[in-house]
Design a protein around this ligand. Structure first.
Ligand code: SF4
Ligand code: SF4
Length: 208
């Protein structure tokens, strides 16, 4: 049985921190252990109705180190980053940042996303920003349709958008594109310094 730990700073932790929790806290800058399960995040989340685990349950699962359950959940992909949960949290936890760190972990681990199209869109959006320093909407739409294997989705909107000049035909690189690439390179280096948790950890307690 795991015993309570007294840290050098004098804070008592009921259990040693899981590898998952250490990773999330280092990537997001948030203290996951401060969550005391009040549920205000889930109550205010506009996407909670579609999530398999609400934000509160995700926070608990991280505390318990349930990496596989967290990475397999739809929640991390359905989070809109609207920050409503973060604004409502009485423990002042940036839950949206926690969700983003879980997406990073899912990408690093190449885990099978519960919301395949959302994960694909997320990856393509990020890659285009890295390349051009800004989004290239026409390229994003084309790649999303082709790689998502729904080549004709929303195609009827294209003539309308083109005729109104809403979609540039060619990508436009921003002046700061090289700085954007440098930011991505720094993030890559930071990720290498904080590798994802290795161990398969935890119990089934978060499903209660
Ligand atoms: S940031 Fe994500 S988890 Fe938080 S309320 Fe918005 S959609 Fe829900
Ligand atoms: S609002 Fe904050 S303290 Fe309450 S359950 Fe959500 S993350 Fe935990």
């Amino acid at each position: 049985m795991k015993m309570a730990q007294l840290t050098p700073a004098g804070t008592i932790h009921p259990f040693p921190r899981s590898g998952l929790q250490v990773f999330v806290e280092s990537q997001s800058g948030q203290r996951v252990l401060r969550c005391y399960q009040c549920g205000k995040c889930t109550a205010g989340c506009p996407s909670a109705y579609a999530m398999d685990l609400g934000p509160r349950r995700v926070m608990r699962a991280i505390q318990l180190g349930l990496k596989d359950e967290v990475l397999a959940s739809s929640t991390i992909w359905l989070c809109l980053q609207c920050q409503t949960c973060s604004a409502r949290c009485p423990a002042e936890i940036g839950i949206a940042e926690v969700m983003e760190s879980l997406r990073l972990l899912a990408a690093a681990e190449r885990s099978r996303p519960a919301e395949r199209d959302v994960a694909l869109f997320h990856r393509l959006f990020r890659d285009l920003i890295r390349r051009w320093g800004r989004i290239y909407e026409l390229g994003l739409g084309a790649l999303y349709n082709l790689r998502g294997r729904h080549p004709f989705a929303n195609l009827g909107l294209l003539p309308h958008l083109l005729s109104r000049g809403k979609l540039p035909l060619l990508p436009q690189r921003t002046k700061g594109a090289s700085q954007v690439r440098a930011i991505f390179a720094r993030v890559r280096a930071a990720e290498r310094e904080a590798p994802p948790p290795e161990a398969k950890e935890g119990t089934d307690a978060s499903r209660q």
